[in-house]
Design a binder for this molecule. Structure first.
Ligand code: SF4
Length: 281
């Protein structure tokens, strides 16, 4: 960061990290809390908006990219992670944050999630998890409880076990894993800031109620217990998860692991690439 940027950054407040677009989320949606916490974390870290990029997929929560004052891409369903990976490898000077929901990230983008965890490129992934596809009017997602009967598409439940994102991240090799709650603003902002500052792939599952299609999630507030303690011991983290009720918040796992960088491979200039793929008529 140069000194001119530092002077400029001193005047930025959390509100400066929100764009001029007004969120179109339903009033009371948990994603408002996530936007506030992201803005607070970016301000606390004094990150310059011009050096920060947010990449998102499709869904209610993926709109976050438009609402944050930074470079943003609201892209294709489930594909935030490969875009974020490519961006960080090509521009390691940028702070890259990927964001999305449980359907976007664990269904359509599930394969990318596994490989982002094991690849460990240095960016943050925020998943706003409400166990439902909100934007398409309330279908079951990969994290929906098997006995949820609220969707006309699965009126007797899904009859499939809900995916457990933290377990998945741990087994796939993610070096930073946390869970937070959208309605706990200070803890959420702190965890997001720690995830962004972490030198590697940092995954944060954010329980973020969908008050429109899962109004019963308003009761999550009473079930949250902020008692996850960070460990660098995978076994210990897995044992914690085996007893987990899905509502413990905090940093679960934080371990040193060498991050994957572009210099691990030979650089190919764009002109060389174009030549390699040239098609002769
Ligand atoms: Fe939020 Fe649900 Fe409304 Fe989407 S449908 S904006 S997730 S409350």
């Amino acid at each position: 960061m140069n000194s001119a940027s530092a002077i400029e950054l001193n005047v930025l407040s959390a509100n400066d990290y929100k764009s001029d677009y007004k969120p179109v989320w339903c009033p009371g949606c948990g994603d408002f809390g996530v936007l506030n916490a992201v803005a607070k974390a970016l301000a606390a870290l004094e990150l310059a908006p011009e050096n920060t990029a947010m990449v998102a997929g499709i869904g209610c929560s993926s709109r976050l990219a438009a609402y944050v004052n930074a470079y943003g891409l609201h892209g294709v369903h489930g594909r935030a992670l490969p875009v974020a990976t490519g961006l960080k490898v090509a521009r390691p000077d940028l702070t890259v944050i990927a964001a999305g929901g449980d359907g976007d990230g664990f269904s359509i983008g599930g394969n990318h999630f596994l490989h982002a965890c094991r690849r460990n490129v240095d960016f943050t992934y925020l998943v706003m998890d409400n166990s439902v596809y909100g934007m398409t009017k309330g279908q079951a997602s990969p994290t929906t409880e098997c006995d949820w009967t609220g969707s006309k598409l699965s009126p007797t439940g899904t009859h499939q076990p809900a995916l457990k994102p933290l377990e998945l991240a741990l087994t796939a090799g993610a070096p930073f894993i946390a869970r937070a709650f959208s309605n706990a603003p200070n803890e959420l902002a702190r965890i997001i800031a720690e995830a962004i500052a972490f030198p590697g792939f940092a995954f944060v599952q954010i329980l973020s109620p969908c008050i429109t299609y899962r109004p019963e999630q308003l009761a999550w507030k009473k079930r949250i217990h902020a008692d996850l303690e960070p460990t660098a011991d995978r076994r210990e983290a897995m044992l914690t998860l085996l007893d987990d009720d899905g509502f413990g918040t905090g940093i679960l796992y934080r371990a040193e692991r060498s991050s994957w960088r572009g210099e691990h491979f030979n650089t190919i200039e764009p002109a060389q690439l174009a030549q390699a793929f040239e098609v002769n008529a």
